[in-house]
Write a protein that binds this ligand. Structure first.
Ligand code: NAP
Ligand code: HSE
Length: 429
């Protein structure tokens, strides 16, 4: 006799929830063949019962309250697809765990903010939390870290983890349009989250990076320590200038363990134009994992949307159906260390764009400011003279973030510069 069905309760019937139901219905036979058991839906929940969601829901029980859904006797796995770091998502997840249910979620905000406490709660109760869809949508990056690369010390995790920002930056470049115009376009296309700052402010991508850092480095997830800077201040002038110097600007997440502690940053950076990250167009995500023995692993795919996100949710559900049970962040929660947070000070080359007074000695004074700070110039270009200033681009040799900040201050105060210089880190890949 086959195993009993795995029974789901799904809270949240939006883009992802409906995608999961469609995929479960379409691939029912394939899922049974691969897991040896049926995966069924017992009950669903959302805010509005009457809404037409384009999938038949009549055969599932309805719960208005996600906590009631999460604790039903006929639910083995609570599938949380509502969103939000706290509120109903957290309350229902906690209730599910306490009632002896496993949890599958796509909710990066909840895990980035409350992940460590939830992991502890789940492990004490003997339950499992899975969240492949929470990071980079359809890309199986959590699995890659917790399973495929499990024997490696991970040295660095980096990537483009917000498709909306990548769409905006690449569209600015290809269409030559300013940020505000492309932001409006992205909004009209429905790409932006209800609170757009989650996307363009780097918060959504920062949540994903904090989760990956925990899995990669065995640390307690610590979103508050992620250095965050969004893409709102990236100009078409910088995109064009960076391209001219052989780079592209990306909202890039980087996490690495250093002798000073854990560095986590989600900031606009330059990457080499011809690198895999430099070639990443539109709404696609890319995550690069560097292991001491595996070397560099590059994962690329859709970071959002109904199909890709549902695919990741299904992979977690199939693992539970197969009996695969892993600790939330890849090792027991009580062994995750509270890492010291380090400022993003690992030396790197930097890009500087300044407008110089077009007069004798201006360039010499600029070079002196850099030289006195111990910053060496690698490449430099001066452009057509928009009187009374000339635009100058400088690529430095490796220098620390704190040194470059003092250079920024000096250049801003200098009598030969016009306005504040733009300085961006160049990430070596
Ligand atoms: P969505 O389209 O806005 O859907 C949210 C669903 O949750 C809706 O069905 C809503 O009900 C329901 N809901 C909200 N508050 C509720 C409450 N208090 N009680 C019961 N139901 C409630 O969101 P989504 O895009 O599917 O995203 C869901 C989760 O997946 C989020 O954590 C998101 O960050 C994550 N995620 C999404 C994507 C993506 O591409 N969309 C990718 C990766 C991860 P009503 O429909 O009745 O309003
Ligand atoms: N808003 C996200 C993005 C999708 O643009 O990548 C959800 O993670």
């Amino acid at each position: 006799m086959g195993q009993s069905p795995l029974r789901l309760g799904i809270a949240g019937l939006g883009t992802v929830g409906v995608g999961v139901i469609r995929m479960l219905r379409k691939n029912a036979q394939l899922i049974e063949a691969r897991t040896g058991r049926q995966v069924t839906i017992s009950a669903v929940s959302a805010r509005s019962k009457g809404k037409d969601r384009g999938v038949p829901l009549d055969s599932y029980a309805w719960e208005d309250d996600p906590v009631a859904l999460a604790t039903r006797d006929d639910v083995d796995v609570f599938v949380e697809l509502m969103g939000g770091s706290d509120g109903p998502a957290k309350a229902a997840t906690e209730a599910a765990i306490k009632a002896g249910k496993d949890v599958v979620t796509a909710n990066k905000a909840m895990l980035a903010v409350n992940g460590h406490a939830l992991a502890g709660l789940a492990e004490t109760a003997g339950q499992v939390i899975r969240y492949e869809a929470a990071v980079a949508g359809g890309i199986p990056v959590v699995k890659a870290l917790t399973e495929g690369l499990a024997g490696n010390e991970i040295t660095r995790v980096l990537g483009v983890m917000n498709g909306t920002c990548n769409y905006i930056l690449t569209r600015m470049e290809t269409a030559g349009l300013p940020y505000d115009t492309v932001f409006k376009e992205a909004d009209d296309l429905g790409y932006l989250e209800a609170d757009p700052n989650l996307d363009v402010g780097g918060i959504d991508a920062g949540h994903k990076l904090a989760i990956l850092a925990s899995v990669a480095f065995g640390t307690q997830v610590d979103f508050d320590s992620v250095t965050l800077e969004g893409i709102g201040s990236v100009t078409i002038d910088d995109i064009t200038a960076a391209k001219d110097m052989g780079y592209r600007i990306k909202l890039l997440g980087v996490a690495q363990m250093t002798g000073r502690g854990l560095e986590q940053r989600m900031t606009p950076c330059l990457v080499p134009y011809n690198s895999p990250l430099g070639q990443l167009e539109g709404g696609t995500n890319m995550v690069i994992l560097e292991g001491e023995h595996s070397g560099q692993i590059v994962l690329r795919g859709a970071g959002a949307g109904e199909g890709p996100t549902a695919s990741a949710v299904l992979s977690d559900i199939l693992d539970l159906a197969r009996g695969l049970r892993l600790a939330t962040f890849g090792q027991p929660a009580n062994t995750l260390v509270a890492a010291k947070s380090a400022a993003s000070d690992t030396p790197a080359p930097h890009y500087i764009r300044i407008h110089l007074q077009d007069k004798p000695g201006a360039l010499a004074k600029t070079a002196a400011i850099l030289g006195e700070a111990g910053v060496s110039i690698n490449r430099m270009r001066q452009y057509g003279h928009d009187e009374p200033t000339a635009q100058v681009l400088i690529v430095t040799h490796k220098t620390s973030g704190s040194t470059i900040e003092s250079v920024r201050e000096q250049l801003s105060k200098s009598s030969v510069t016009d306005g504040t210089p733009v300085i961006l880190r160049i990430e070596e890949i």
